[in-house]
Design a protein around this ligand. Structure first.
Ligand SMILES: Nc1ncnc2c1ncn2[C@@H]1O[C@H](COP(=O)(O)OP(=O)(O)OP(=O)(O)O)[C@@H](O)[C@H]1O
Length: 254
């Protein structure tokens, strides 16, 4: 579904070129959920922006569904760290906002918006404005908004990192459930190793900037999964293995 070959990104800056991503290659199969872990500032967001078609690669190729990526794609749903909801719209209308932007027929999507909101526990909050919702609720709305137009890919850049620890754990379970229902191809950027292991089929580990992928770890737990897998020795062994890889990649680059 997604294929990267030798993808590089160099930004121009007043202090000279900044090489953010230095030759990344990997494939993601249809329906696979892949997390990307790496040290802060290593180029993860840059990689996601390139996958979204919002940044051009300086070199290399990105293909989505067999076609070279040349710009933003309609069949991708995006979720960022901030929910970025429009304050004057209700939760329902925020979810429906991409439909308006794409000039699709609103009435065809209202039932889907409401079903999505119910599925993340916001059935009683559809008419609320963002200021009447908690941070976790706002991010639930953002998840629903990313799915409203039935995209085949979900691209998520640290969607839970602005939330408190308890809400964050809750949101990982909301996403696990949402993903089980909709089975999109998912790319998830996170700093949380546990979150990555809980949610993913594979975890890619990146080095410090300029980033390359140093490890590609399969997560063997069967689906559907629930939170109880986090208490198993197997889960904790993978978390420890990934933590070791990240520490090693930071030291190696230092
Ligand atoms: N538009 C830009 N112009 C110049 N440099 C940039 C630009 N965007 C990002 N960078 C630089 O590229 C590098 C990678 O940034 P990026 O945001 O992709 O990292 P990240 O891994 O997502 O970071 P974090 O985990 O802290 O969110 C950083 O050194 C950053 O300063």
């Amino acid at each position: 579904m997604i294929s990267l070959r030798g993808v590089r990104k160099t930004y121009a800056s007043p202090a000279g070129p900044v090489e953010a991503v230095a030759g990344v290659s990997f494939d993601i199969k249809e329906g696979e959920f892949v997390s990307i872990l790496g040290p802060s500032g290593c180029g993860k967001s840059t990689l996601l922006m390139m996958l979204a078609g919002l940044e051009h690669a300086s070199a290399g190729t990105i293909e989505v569904a067999g076609e070279p990526l040349t710009g933003p794609r309609r069949d991708a749903g995006l979720v960022f760290q901030d929910a970025t909801l429009l304050p004057w719209l209700s939760a329902r209308d925020n979810v429906l906002f991409p439909i308006k932007m794409m000039r699709l027929e609103r009435e065809k999507y209202v039932a889907r918006a409401e079903e999505l909101l119910r599925s993340v526990g916001l059935g009683d909050f559809m008419d609320k404005r963002p200021r009447e919702l908690s941070g976790g609720m706002r991010q639930r709305v953002a998840l629903c908004r990313s799915l409203i137009h039935e995209p085949s890919i979900m691209l998520m850049d640290e969607p839970f990192s602005a939330l408190d620890a308890i809400t964050r754990d809750e949101m990982a379970l909301v996403l696990l459930d949402l993903w089980a229902r909709h089975r999109k191809t998912g790319v998830f950027i996170t700093h949380s190793i546990r979150e990555a292991v809980l949610l993913s089929d594979r975890v890619l580990v990146m080095t410090r900037r300029p980033a390359v992928v140093v490890a590609d770890v399969a997560i063997p737990f069967a689906r559907p999964r629930d939170e109880s897998i986090q208490d198993t020795p197997e889960f904790n062994a993978i978390v420890a293995q990934l933590r070791g890889m990240i520490e090693h990649s930071i030291k190696a680059a230092a």
